[in-house]
Design a protein around this ligand. Sequence first.
Ligand SMILES: Nc1ncnc2c1ncn2[C@@H]1O[C@H](COP(=O)(O)OP(=O)(O)O)[C@@H](O)[C@H]1O
Ligand SMILES: [Mg+2]
Length: 356
Amino acid sequence: MNKEKRDITILAIGDKADYDSYRKWHHAKASFLDHGFDYATTDYTRLLDGKMPRIKTENVIIFLFFPFSYWDSHIEHKNYRGIYANRVFYRKFVRFWDMVESRLKKQLAGKKVVFVNDPRLCGAYRDKLTVTRKLDEFRIPQSRLYNVSGVEEIRDKLSGGHEFFIKPRYGSMGKGITFLSRSGWQTNFIFKNNKIISRRSDHGWRFNDVTGKTGFLRQLLRDDFLIQKAVDPLILDGNKVDFRIYTFFNKVIYVYPRKNASGKVTTNISQGGQGDSGLLEILPGSLVSRAEKEAVRVSKALNINFAGIDIMPDKNLKDLYVLDVNVFSGLPGKKTFDLAECVAGELSKKGRVLFS
Ligand SMILES: Nc1ncnc2c1ncn2[C@@H]1O[C@H](COP(=O)(O)OP(=O)(O)O)[C@@H](O)[C@H]1O
Ligand SMILES: [Mg+2]
């Protein structure tokens, strides 16, 4: 153990209800202590109440996890009856991060603070359009977005052989995704009595057939949705495949190929996709390393130091598309890859440089 380095505290802020990242991160304390850091953790409720764990060091590195409890009680709360992930969600989310930032500034006044991901960016990047525009500035390959005039234009394009994904502009976890092709329309919203209904849970957003239901499409287009050209995905052994790439301070720390049966719409683990590290042995190394390079460019373009970036190769193994950037990505299980340990190791190499 390198005692000399115990002049930096790692502060992790998250909610225990966050089973897919903060809870998996929870054992990280031992790793950080082993690498010579101090470690503290708290949740957002306490933070917003003005409470803060005692921090002995002058230097603090802050990891922000998804504010699960706040989200469930104030944003996607159980009495919410509107459509999933509209502008109201976003505004509340941005306001939340403003509060977090000002609380932290106040509580940690006089200390040197490094945010792994800046709280304001945590709010701003909930907007998929903000992310897309930023990545466009850096010429990062993405599937193109369409600005359509209405349902008729979509129908025309579909009969011309185009295929689309329509997703909530401020959404996540594969919730509220619609896929349109000439052979059928599928959505994981519920469409009942001519009304779009959002499920209450995070998981189990099953897809339903809404082929030809113009009323559904018309309602979607009235809200904040992005229409994107569908990538013709690479299919291996009957599965569509993409990469979840974890970056930490502009370095790839883990690549997690994901797969789902070719007939399924999404590859999100939260909606039934599966991680499969074995695919790395089958996929061409050059494809993987190109995807890794793009992921690093993404994290630089967006100025985020800890991210899960989703990149899909197309079926000719030639083109790659950055589909989604997750500031709050779910973490692999510890047995699959001990990401917290890896991050602690990385920080022990460069943690002090952050304060120099
Ligand atoms: N343009 C696209 N082409 C092919 N598949 C897509 C496209 N957009 C989304 N998907 C699939 O849908 C999933 C969810 O979309 P994504 O943009 O990542 O939204 P979310 O933030 O809800 O995860 C992706 O992981 C991918 O499997
Ligand atoms: Mg995604």
